[in-house]
Design a protein around this ligand. Structure first.
Ligand code: PLP
Length: 447
């Protein structure tokens, strides 16, 4: 009886959404009411295995006891104090992010897109401060094709798909796109007017495409030689997901600025811009700020989350479980001819299909598995870092059943740009596999 009443309430909640929410999201007919570990539960009490993790946010799964305890404790102390005053957690959290990243100073935001805005502002302010005798300063920003950096005007200007940008034009001026992993195109488009090169070390929304070592190194050289910022957007791939603290730690050289958000505060909204001393020095009191960013509740939670990742050796787990997932998917690729490619590392994995992925996502949900599809044909898996081998086995078995039982979806002709993208990514993966991994040296997590 009680359960029925709750189902009725949920139906009413969904009706209210349809009537009162702006029409921005398409949602399946399920209402999740709580989660535990790697599982979600709907209003009927049905269990789902979550391999999406709130889109790369729930790195510690649901209801991690240490996170729940921290939030309860801080909620009873002070949720918010404002950035006019010190709080006990911003400094220690900034210190940990500096240690993890190899950079120096941090600015806290409320979201990923704000972290990107902060990074762009730092790059512009740095360039302006360097320009001598009133000369025009560099303002151009180079991003990559197929990128996703967020929905506010600066981030949107460097987000590639025209469907996201064009309805809101004009956006931030000075943005231009370099073909993914195309060093020659980078060299052609880079000039002294560039103040920043922005890239996702592994493109997430774009479909799990890693930047190549050759591209990273050339971007680093050009940026350094011209005092431009190399900005790594690690909002989706960073903070341990690849099995390293940051995905760029497989390369020898550091970026100048890194952005993080999604998993930082274990589900509470918190982002950060992390910069080296040189670029961080472009900011001074009053030049940038935020009301909510870096409050005591979110910072205490983030600090606890990063400690959990270290103490529970979750980066090692990400590497090991990631390898199991990849091996299982590679095997599946031999059985199902509609699988084009498996990409990614650690717990950021994409399965590129030659058919639409949507029907598989819907079928998986019916089978109690939460996954996602990007660019209409790339299934994306972003499980919590706490995922265990038993979860991986269940995931692979369920996906296998879904692939076997779902009527073959419509074929998809990948856009030319994505085909080029895929071959550029393959070359990057091959060269990364051949290189000596730096990850064990650079990982801060005890092995
Ligand atoms: N950058 C990357 C790589 C992302 O994946 C996202 C979100 O998906 C963003 C930026 C924007 O983050 P937010 O949605 O928190 O503004």
């Amino acid at each position: 009886m009680k359960r029925k009443a709750s189902a009725k309430n949920m139906a009413a909640a969904v009706r209210d959404e349809a009537r009162y929410l702006m029409n921005t999201y398409r949602r399946p007919p399920v209402v999740f009411v709580h989660g535990k570990g790697c599982h979600l539960y709907d209003e009927r009490g049905r269990e789902y295995l979550d391999f999406l993790g709130g889109i790369a946010v729930n790195a510690l799964g649901y209801s991690h006891p240490r996170i729940v305890k921290t939030i309860r404790r801080e909620a009873g102390r002070a949720i918010h104090l404002s950035n006019l005053f010190h709080n006990p957690y911003q400094g220690p959290l900034a210190r940990k992010l500096a240690e993890w990243s190899g950079l120096d100073r941090v600015f806290f935001t409320n979201s990923g897109t704000e972290a990107i805005e902060g990074a762009l502002k730092i790059a512009r302010a740095y360039a302006k401060a360097r320009a001598k005798n009133g000369r025009a300063s560099p303002t151009r920003v180079l991003a990559l094709t197929n990128s996703f950096h967020g929905r506010t005007f600066g981030s949107l200007a460097i987000t590639y798909p025209a469907k996201y940008r064009e309805p809101f034009a004009p956006l931030m001026p000075g943005a231009d796109f370099v073909n993914f992993n195309d060093v020659a195109d980078l060299e052609a488009k880079f000039d002294p007017g560039v103040c920043a090169i922005v890239l996702e070390t592994i493109q997430g929304e774009g479909g799990i495409y890693p930047v190549s070592e050759a591209f990273w190194n050339r971007a680093r050289e050009l940026a350094s030689a011209n005092h431009a910022a190399l900005i790594a957007d690690e909002i989706q791939c960073g903070l341990g997901r690849t099995g390293r603290a940051f995905a760029y730690q497989k390369f020898a050289k550091l970026p100048d600025i890194v952005t993080v958000a999604k998993p930082l505060a274990a589900g509470l909204p918190l982002g950060a811009v992390i910069a080296n001393e040189e670029f961080a020095g472009a900011l001074s009191p009053g030049l940038h700020g935020t009301t909510f960013g870096g409050g005591p509740l979110v910072c205490a939670t983030a600090l606890e989350a990063l400690r959990i990742i270290e103490e529970e050796k979750l980066m090692k787990n990400a590497r090991e479980r990631g390898a199991e997932i990849r091996a299982g998917l590679e095997k599946m690729a031999a059985d199902f001819d509609f699988i084009r490619e498996v990409r990614g590392e650690g717990l950021i994995i994409g399965l590129d299909l030659i058919v639409e992925g949507g029907p598989f996502v819907d079928a998986a949900l019916k089978h109690g598995l939460v996954i996602n599809c990007t660019h209409e044909h790339i299934l994306r898996f972003l499980p919590p870092f706490t995922v265990r081998s038993a979860h991986v086995k269940k995931f692979l078995a369920t996906l296998n059943t879904v692939f076997a039982k779902t009527p073959r979806p419509k074929s998809i002709e990948a856009a030319d740009s994505l085909k080029t993208h895929s071959s550029a990514a393959k070359a990057a993966t091959a060269s990364a596999a051949a290189a000596t991994p730096l990850q064990t040296e650079l990982s801060l997590e005890p092995a």
